[in-house]
Design a protein around this ligand. Structure first.
Ligand code: 5AD
Ligand code: SF4
Length: 461
């Protein structure tokens, strides 16, 4: 079979990254190899995100560029996958006739056969979104770990690169309907994967040399609540899954994301203390510090309840590193509401946060609210929030100076080395002192920046 080159560009979240891996791997069965240059590709796949208008605009402008490329190379195929594809469907093809395949979030497993049908019959849109489907088992194929080599590329084609940390999707979709959020429309109703499928996937990764796994879902706390995930349908919770995954031989580190504070149970808080390998790091999106805005967002918790959960987390795991997501300028947000978000930032002193200006998304309830905040005001509030967060991040990072932290080495080279602490901080160090990428070592932290730390390997410790 003649070999063709595909190029895949991923936008958005970690869920999309994992979906891109699945698409890439499935294409290898259809005579494709992955290339790194869009201008040489026979097939270009854009795995898209529609969480904010900006994310969608990026996709549309890349598609504009590809229209010109395709004029000079008409045999090139263009496939749009992911959340924009799911939401826009046939409208996308109507606006962008140079696109060959629009493929929804639940249809990626059929990419190969769908491309064949495009070859025979021309452009297609496939965006079926079902409430009751079983997430197919798609075991990753990784090269065996090569000591001393690592890199950022996906563990697919090149044995000289290896990611020691991988994502495993444990559920799809979301039932929460936060009023600003497009996810229930792009990824459908919540659906959990079978526990045995997840365990098999993690084992496969660990056997290939992966050291750290992050379990992914829009709201992992409700894992196993909407459909049976264990044999005979007996109750099985996210905490149960954490325990089982953590017992897999050879798995050094376990993380998960994302959680909704309303569903954060005491049981899960205890898991941070009791589940071996679960890293002391937690991403717990709060979105706003104002109860009025939280109500309008349909988040189903108050700022006080959030702070209570943070207090409990600190009781069990004093050194936990907390991060969050914040939306500024949600419809109706007053100066006072925003001040309450700032107060919450001061109360928790997050290690880091992702903060965004509210963006109207089609189909969401908030997009119909009529008290939108002025763009200029949103930008000012975002700048105020981010400035203070940066100061706090630096102070938080400075608390690590002088301490010895456990670090998973990601890169070792003559120009220096890099890794991540259990608290998920990036650490740079001058050399690997006889260790190789994939090793977990003690690093003495000597300097703190806003976004990373600097240290030296401490072999004596
Ligand atoms: N506008 C701005 N930010 C949003 N997010 C989700 N939807 C929107 C929106 N319409 C943010 C939330 C979420 C993160 C992934 O993206 O903070 O936690
Ligand atoms: Fe973007 Fe959400 Fe889709 Fe992820 S699930 S790609 S964040 S819209």
């Amino acid at each position: 079979m003649e070999q063709k080159i595909f190029y895949i560009k991923t936008f958005g979240c970690q869920m999309n990254e994992r979906d891109s891996e699945i698409m890439a791997q499935s294409l290898s069965g259809y005579g494709y190899v992955e290339g790194m240059d869009v201008n040489e590709a026979d097939l270009v796949i854009l795995n898209t995100c529609s969480i904010r208008a900006k994310a969608e605009q990026k996709v549309l402008s890349l598609l504009g560029y590809l229209r010109k490329t395709k004029l000079s190379r008409p045999t090139m195929k263009i496939c749009v996958a992911g959340c924009v594809a799911q939401q826009e469907g046939a409208r996308l093809l109507a606006r962008m006739p140079h696109v060959d395949l629009v493929i929804g979030t639940q249809n990626i497993y059929n990419l190969g056969p769908l491309l064949e049908s495009v070859d025979k019959e021309g452009s297609r849109v496939v965006t079926d979104l079902r409430d009751d489907y079983d997430i197919p088992q798609f075991l990753p194929k990784l090269p065996q770990r090569k000591s001393g080599h690592s890199g950022k590329d996906r563990n697919l084609q090149s044995p000289s690169t290896f990611q020691f940390s991988k994502f495993v999707t444990i559920m799809q979709g979301c039932n929460n309907y936060c009023t600003y959020c497009v996810v229930p429309y792009t990824r459908g109703r919540e659906m959990s994967r079978k526990a045995k499928d997840i365990l098999e996937e993690v084992k496969t990764l660990v056997e290939a040399g992966v050291r750290e796994v992050t379990l992914l879902g829009q709201n992992v706390n409700s894992y196993g609540r909407t459909n049976a995930v264990a044999g005979d349908g007996e109750p099985y919770s996210f905490s149960d899954l954490l325990k089982e995954v953590s017992n897999i031989d050879g798995l050094a580190r376990l993380r998960f994301t994302t959680s909704n504070p309303k569903d954060l149970t005491d049981d899960l808080v205890r898991s941070f203390r009791d589940v071996k390998n679960l890293c002391p790091q937690f991403h717990l999106p709060v979105q706003s510090g104002s109860d009025r805005i939280l109500g309008r967002m349909n988040r189903k918790y108050t700022a006080a309840e959030y702070l209570e959960k943070v207090k409990k987390l600190h009781e069990y795991i004093p050194d936990i590193a907390l991060t969050t997501d914040i939306i500024v300028g949600f419809p109706g947000e007053s100066d006072d509401d925003f001040q309450q978000t700032m107060n919450l930032l001061e109360a928790v002193r997050f290690h880091g946060s992702f903060s965004f200006k509210y963006s109207d998304r089609p189909g969401t309830r908030a997009s119909l609210f009529d008290d939108k905040v002025d763009e200029g005001v949103k930008s000012e509030r975002l700048a105020v929030f981010q400035k203070r967060q940066d100061e706090i991040s630096l102070l938080r990072n400075s608390e690590y100076v002088g301490l010895v932290k456990s670090v998973l080495i990601e890169e070792c080279s003559d120009n220096g080395a890099k890794g991540r602490t259990d608290t998920n901080h990036i650490v740079h160090f001058p050399d690997c002192a006889g260790h190789v990428a994939g090793d977990i070592v003690d690093v003495r932290i000597v300097h703190a920046g806003q976004h990373s730390l600097r240290g030296e390997i401490d072999n004596k410790h």
